[in-house]
Design a binder for this molecule. Structure first.
Ligand SMILES: Nc1ncnc2c1ncn2[C@@H]1O[C@H](COP(=O)(O)OP(=O)(O)OP(=O)(O)O)[C@@H](O)[C@H]1O
Ligand SMILES: [Mg+2]
Length: 364
């Protein structure tokens, strides 16, 4: 078993601290407490915690000073700032100074626990630098998970078909409930499929000669059917570069990666906008095809930029957070290409995919 994660609480309110200690110990965390800033800083030096919960109002130092002092020596420890009511503005300043997250009192414990889990997970991700080796366990786990989840899902779908057949579908509540079950089943199916896509081993047999402009047309066509951009006030533009050389690639995988990027773009423009896919042939250090996926959507907050491609990172209520992780796998690991992103908040985001143009590989 892994050792328990250590949380240091720096807060001068004994009632609040006691309450936190009870809840967090109940969740398996090992807790230490400092009732003022100096003690907090000392405790970090003596026994480095996995996470710090820092109150902004302390009897000796300001939370800001404590944050700065700890950050000076410990860059990695996640620090969640807890502010009094209405302290959001200060909290934003604290985020700029290196706080991982902030929560306002009164604390919602569900949110606190989620924030703690996320922060620790992200820190561990950074430490391991998300190298390939880490996916070894997921490669084993996801198919198992898929198997265990899919069987009951099939059973539920089958049973639901029977219920629908035998029910009075004029009953509004009933039809609505059935729809909810169907949507949730679909969501879970999608999640499981994404997990499998993520760990699917490369299949060199499926490398074929591909015209990227053709893939783009097909993806745009699919997007029209799946997302109905027009109804959402979204214009989709294809800017296809002339004379793109064909490349050897896995058609299904590229289609999936492009579709994921397209879906993200659509989801980033809830109030409409423009989505442009541009392809071009470039010769820099080596010949490559560049594909830009540009939206005029909400953009990405700077603090999220580093997390984008990590599995399960999502800011969406119903997102699985695997879309970009899959894209990176497909583009970089499977095709030796590169995926990168530029963004401006409330202006839009551009994902750039670069694919190398190689001569025909052996055996094709
Ligand atoms: N074009 C974009 N504009 C703004 N934010 C984006 C864009 N693309 C990705 N993101 C951000 O990156 C996060 C991760 O994207 P990713 O595709 O991996 O997961 P997701 O879209 O949340 O869920 P899903 O697994 O269903 O795709 C998103 O939740 C969103 O915050
Ligand atoms: Mg996505």
């Amino acid at each position: 078993m892994l050792p328990p994660k250590k949380i240091l609480i720096v807060d001068d309110n004994p009632l609040f601290v006691n309450f936190l200690v009870r809840v967090l110990e109940g969740k398996g965390y090992e807790i230490s407490v400092a009732y003022d800033g100096q003690t907090g800083i000392q405790k970090v030096r003596q026994n480095v915690p996995d996470l710090i919960l820092l109150d902004l109002k302390l009897p000796d130092l300001s939370g800001e000073e404590v944050l700065e002092k700890i950050r000076a020596t410990h860059k990695q420890i996640p620090i969640i700032v807890v502010t009094g009511h209405g302290g959001e503005q200060v909290a934003v300043e604290m985020m700029k100074k290196g706080a991982t997250d902030y929560l306002s009192k009164p604390i919602d414990f569900e949110i606190l626990l989620k924030s703690i889990q996320d922060a620790i997970e992200i820190k561990e991700g950074q430490l391991q630098d998300m190298t390939l080796g880490e996916w070894g366990s997921l490669e084993f786990f996801f198919p198992l998970l898929a198997h265990e989840v899919r069987n009951p899902l099939h059973a539920i779908s089958g049973a639901l078909t029977i219920i629908k057949r035998r029910s009075n579908l004029n009953d509004h509540m009933l039809t609505q409930s059935i729809r909810i079950i169907e949507e949730e089943v679909q969501h879970l199916n999608h999640f499981v499929q994404e997990c499998l896509n993520f760990v699917r081993p490369p299949n060199p047999v499926l490398l074929t000669e591909i015209d990227i402009n053709e893939v783009v047309s097909i993806v745009v066509n699919m997007m029209t059917h799946i997302f109905d951009p027009q109804a959402r006030g979204i214009t989709v533009i294809e800017e296809k570069g002339p004379q793109l050389p064909k490349i050897y690639a896995n058609y299904e995988e590229l289609k999936q990666a492009f579709l994921n990027l397209g879906q993200n773009a659509i989801e980033a423009m809830p109030n409409g906008g423009t989505f442009t896919i541009t392809t071009s042939f470039k010769i820099e250090s080596a010949p490559k095809i560049e594909i830009l996926f540009k939206d005029t959507g909400m953009g990405i907050r700077p603090e999220n930029m580093k997390k984008l491609f990590r599995p399960f990172f999502t800011t969406k209520q119903r997102g699985t957070g695997l879309g970009l992780a899959i894209c990176r796998r497909i583009i970089e690991e499977r095709h030796g290409g590169r995926i990168s992103v530029t963004t401006e908040e409330n202006q839009g985001t551009t994902f750039k995919v670069e694919l190398p143009v190689h001569p025909k590989p052996e055996g094709i």
